[in-house]
Design a protein around this ligand. Structure first.
Ligand SMILES: [Zn+2]
Length: 211
């Protein structure tokens, strides 16, 4: 559902642009609001969330989908953990729909979906692994990298129950806004994918801002 935020961009206490292929790992306290903006449109922000005080608790696609009885995420969605507790709520959304079924791109899936020589292309899973390796202070390891949300990505379910990567429904300046309901770690990979239309074959920056 399209809902515009009442927060003013100039009031944000933190703003950071993230180029495609880069990651952003940040601790967000309960009560804070995070906005992710698709600066140039049709980008995919592959995102993981963890309980910042106990990273064994993390975002669960299954609990979230079951809890809201809907496959897609938008305003009103509550992101639930693997302990079925509310982690964040989507409080504004000018894109209208976000994917949590498709998973993140990886070098392995690139070889299966596209061709063997795609093996060495940069993928979201690499960015997450780099984030984990460069920030041991958060206590995350490879085993914490699980299913995720693809903000701004359009992965419709076909009539016969399949998934397709379709052209984006996002556009320059569209955003999604989330309120933290517990202290969370946010790990975003701004997707560098060049083989499918998740980012219009043209990876571009996103911006994160905090209130
Ligand atoms: Zn990706």
């Amino acid at each position: 559902m399209i809902v515009t935020s009442s927060l003013r961009h100039q009031d944000a206490y933190y703003r950071q642009r993230i180029n495609a292929g880069d990651y952003w790992l940040y601790r967000l306290e309960a009560g804070r609001t995070l906005r992710i903006t698709d600066c140039e449109g049709n980008q995919a922000a592959d995102t993981l969330f963890f309980n910042a005080d106990d990273t064994a608790e993390r975002y669960s696609m299954m609990d979230t989908v079951r809890g809201q009885n809907n496959l897609f995420l938008s305003t009103g969605s509550v992101l639930r953990s693997n302990e079925d507790r509310p982690m964040l709520a989507i409080v504004a959304d000018t894109c209208g729909r976000h994917d949590t079924l498709g998973g993140a791109c990886a070098t392995e899936s690139n070889t299966v979906r596209y061709s063997l020589e795609k093996r060495h292309m940069h993928a979201c899973r690499d960015s997450w692994m780099l984030a984990v390796a460069e920030h041991p202070e958060y206590g995350l390891t490879k085993r914490d990298i699980t299913h995720n949300i693809n903000f701004f990505m359009n992965v419709p379910v076909t009539a016969d129950g399949g998934l397709t990567f379709a052209d984006g429904i996002s556009a320059p300046g569209k955003y999604v806004e989330l309120e933290a309901l517990m202290n969370v770690l946010v790990l975003i990979s701004n997707c560098p994918q060049l083989n499918n239309p998740c980012n219009g074959y043209n990876p571009t920056p996103i911006e994160v801002s905090l209130w």
